[in-house]
Design a protein around this ligand. Structure first.
Ligand code: 1GP
Length: 233
């Protein structure tokens, strides 16, 4: 933990607007504020229209941490947030999630002041089907094909993306392995986000030591928010 606190590693708590009730936001945010969290990510695979707006308003009342949209769909773009991960699912071959939704998003973005961050989003298999896989109808990259993973990350950087996000999937059985994280980190010159299936301090530290610049955790807090007690600032 000291290693994390004394470094410039970033930590995002992911809030899925479908999985938190409005009345619980302020209590949840109290715990977030007392933790090592540096960012709040907001997003989910299926969220009712306007629900994102409503939840972010409540989050903003309770924290000064930056709120970053991590949207499953363009309906989740909200001008109440500070920034948007403009995700292109470069592990998949579904044009909808590579470019099509982005074109549709532009009209919405014109009316916002969001900082838009082009992000190469890479889904890696974790032992079970994830909602990203189901919703986007794409196949994740095999965890054993390291060359394909690093080439995909590098291609994302060469295309001009500003971040690479290695995703095992929400609630993944196994997080992204240290081997994959360090191999990708060596290959790219842009910041690396890692998320999916991280449930312990040990896994979190391993991700940082292997080269993750920002780690995202959502499910572990949904299942048991006493996990925040181990992440106190
Ligand atoms: C999911 O990477 C995020 O898109 C976080 O995953 O919910 O498993 O922590 P978890």
């Amino acid at each position: 933990m000291t290693a994390i606190k004394n470094s410039d590693k970033l930590f995002a708590v992911l809030i899925d607007p479908e999985k938190i009730s409005l009345k619980n936001v302020s209590g949840f945010m109290d715990k977030v504020n007392r933790s090592i969290a540096t960012h709040i990510f907001v997003g989910g695979s299926t969220v009712d229209e306007n629900q994102t707006d409503i939840i972010i308003k409540e989050i903003k009342k309770a924290t000064s941490l930056p709120v970053v949209l991590f949207p499953g769909d363009i309906t989740q773009i909200s001008n109440k947030a500070d920034a948007l991960l403009f995700l292109s699912l470069i592990s998949g071959r579904n044009a909808e999630y590579l470019i099509s939704k982005h074109v549709k998003a532009v009209a919405k973005l014109r009316n916002t002041n969001l900082e838009v961050i082009p992000t190469g989003y890479i889904l890696i298999e974790n032992g079970k089907q994830t909602s990203v896989e189901r919703v986007t109808e794409t196949k994740p990259l095999s965890r054993s094909n390291l060359n394909q993973i690093i080439d995909t990350a590098r291609a994302g950087e060469l295309l001009g993306m500003k971040l690479i996000y290695l995703e095992a999937g929400s609630g993944a059985l196994e997080p992204i392995t240290p081997e994959i994280i360090s191999a990708v980190k060596k290959e790219i010159n842009i910041p690396l986000i890692v998320g999916g299936g991280i449930r312990s301090i040990n896994q979190l530290e391993k991700a940082y030591i292997s080269g993750a610049d920002l780690v995202v955790i959502g499910t572990a807090f949904e299942e048991d928010d006493s996990f925040f007690d181990q992440l106190k600032n």
